[in-house]
Design a protein around this ligand. Sequence first.
Ligand code: SF4
Length: 357
Amino acid sequence: MSKELLKWYDLNKRDLPWRMTKDPYKIWLSEIMLQQTQVTTVISYFNRFVDAFPSVEALALATEEQVFKLWEGLGYYSRAKNLIRCAHKVVTDYHGKFPENIEDLLKLPGIGPYTAGAIASIAFDKPEPAVDGNVLRVVSRLYCLSEPINESKHQALYRQKTMALMTDRPSDFTQAMMELGAMVCTPKGPSCSSCPLIEKCCSFKSKKQANFPVKVKKVKQREELIGIAIVVSGQQVLLMKHNNTGLLANLWGFPRVLLDETALDSLEKQMESHLEMEFDFQPEYSHSIVGKAHVFTHIKWNTILFFFHTDDKISSEMPLLEWVYLKDITSKALPTALKKQLVIIDDEIDRMQNAIR
Ligand code: SF4
């Protein structure tokens, strides 16, 4: 299969300026420019850039203004900023020579697993996989892989499948896979009749090319503003056990309420009303602060911590409620969304108690 792929590549590859060289600087430059940008757009930018800065040392000496001027129109200025940072690091830490191994490449600004694999294989002929969107599409169709390509837990599988095809010409192999994805195994209507992998392609044989690659639809995340009541009495704090349904089923936590920023009642009033209605309880309000946000799969909680104190303890016989010593809170099964608030809560309770004294 790989031999057929390379044969096809030798005959059909496009003459792109970064294919005329093995200079890691130019390979790196082209890979950064090609992120989110079409090949046809990149060609002229690449040529102008290389004319102005023929080496990584020259780029490291350039001002941000000079680089941004040449980058104008390519968008995503964070790429240009990382380009400058990376050039500086290569010059100062690696004496102007790009490292050859993946571990060191990954330490450079703006270089992730894909770009590291591309530089290692294309410039240094190392058998490292470089798996971009094109390669993911080819591999998923070739093997009928139904694991979604946009879930990070499956990246290892796709890298492994790509590696299984690796040849003794890693540089050409990487470029051939990308070229095949870009020119033949295109997202819509792949030209299977011109494909060197047709004989072995699972999705072609089963006529299911359109079913691959599989992508999971990103669930739209909803944001909620959650009020959390920290009610303190002496050295104890009020905890409640959540019932067996919902996000925090069966876990312990603090009384909480979904706040409505558009309501007439202030947020503090909404929290107080919740305590009163839910537990027939009116502790004395002290203050509130913004807590840490927490992201569940499809909900983001922005939190406000409301601090109260009371001498008049609510009965702990009330189902699902318990007064717990501050030092013992962590012995309860608390959800991460609340555990991450504990440091703030500890400090604030200290402040509150000092103020009361
Ligand atoms: Fe893609 Fe068709 Fe080639 Fe299979 S045969 S890899 S679907 S172009």
